[in-house]
Design a protein around this ligand. Structure first.
Ligand SMILES: [Zn+2]
Length: 294
């Protein structure tokens, strides 16, 4: 199994309790019940890089999310009013210090906190919404419509041609950074169609034999990244200058060097928490060969 970032939280999400107000009250009162400590949406870490938790204050009326149960211990997240749309980069230095389960727990909390802040009012009638389902939904106080946390699918992919893969560089990337191309799946589109469309739009590359490699939640604010590889018909590239500053084909040795952080590598790879890193590694390891390959 391929290990990807923001997974492996190891919590029982206890979906069957979310609408049970009496059970939720008992959980909140349980010895050891804890609330995640957040700075707006960013994590606050102990010296050893672990997430910090506070005892649940039963007296407050503040909104909170039941993240799940760690063994018998109920874990909650607060729902502070925050500035939305913060870039992912602000949390990267802290993520580098966190364990995989802690990153997954915080990632889910971050996604939900931002979603709550984006859905304080009903999209149908404009009235205020209130948290329900233990934080896994909001219900309109005007028309009663239920709103549920969004997950937006994004395809992220490598085109492969003659032993090389295509990586691209966006204008906002740090120096030397190249990564897999990516884009949102649109309504009326399959994953395979989205992969083919994005590669055609951004790089002018036609692909066939699109195969799935792995997926990963990306909590900035709530994407599901779906990593794929497709076989390119040719190595000709026509860049969309609005999306990409540059793109290049890289062979296996170049990808391996980039993933190892070699300063002589043809590019600087994305960090291990990003699924682009996982995808490049999977390709270098031959984990998603084209159909018919030995
Ligand atoms: Zn409404």
């Amino acid at each position: 199994m391929i290990r990807v970032g923001f997974t492996g939280a190891g919590l029982d999400r206890a979906d069957q309790l979310r609408l049970d107000e009496a059970a939720l009250a008992r959980l909140a009162a349980r010895e050891g019940a804890a609330v995640l400590r957040l700075d707006a949406m960013d994590p606050i870490l102990a010296d050893d890089g672990a997430l910090l938790w506070d005892p649940l204050d039963m007296e407050t009326e503040a909104e909170r999310i039941l993240l799940g149960l760690a063994g018998e211990t109920p874990l909650f997240a607060p729902v502070p009013r925050v500035e939305i749309g913060r870039p992912a980069w602000s949390a990267f230095p802290l993520l580098a210090l966190m364990s995989a389960p802690d990153a997954a727990i915080w990632g889910a909390a971050r996604s939900l906190v931002e979603w709550h802040n984006r859905h304080l009012f009903c999209g149908r009638c404009g009235a205020a919404t209130r948290l329900f389902r233990a934080g896994w939904g909001r219900r309109c106080t005007g028309c009663g419509l239920d709103h549920f946390p969004r997950v937006d699918p994004v395809v992220i992919m490598l085109a492969e041609h003659d032993g090389r893969i295509l990586v691209g560089r966006q204008h906002r990337y740090p120096p030397r950074r190249y990564s897999a191309l990516a884009g949102f799946v649109e309504p009326g589109e399959s994953i395979e169609e989205a992969v083919a469309r994005e590669l055609k739009e951004e790089a002018g590359v036609d692909v066939t034999d699109v195969r799935y490699v792995a997926s990963q939640p990306w909590p900035f604010p709530g994407q599901l990244m779906i990593a794929c590889i497709g076989t390119a018909a040719s190595a000709d590239v026509v860049l969309d200058d609005n999306e990409l500053e540059d793109a290049m084909w890289v062979d296996r040795d170049g990808v391996v060097a980039a993933l190892s952080g070699d300063p002589a590598a043809p590019f600087a790879a994305p960090p291990p928490i990003a699924i682009a890193h996982t995808l490049l590694g999977a390709w270098a390891d031959g984990l998603a060969p084209p159909p018919g390959a030995a």
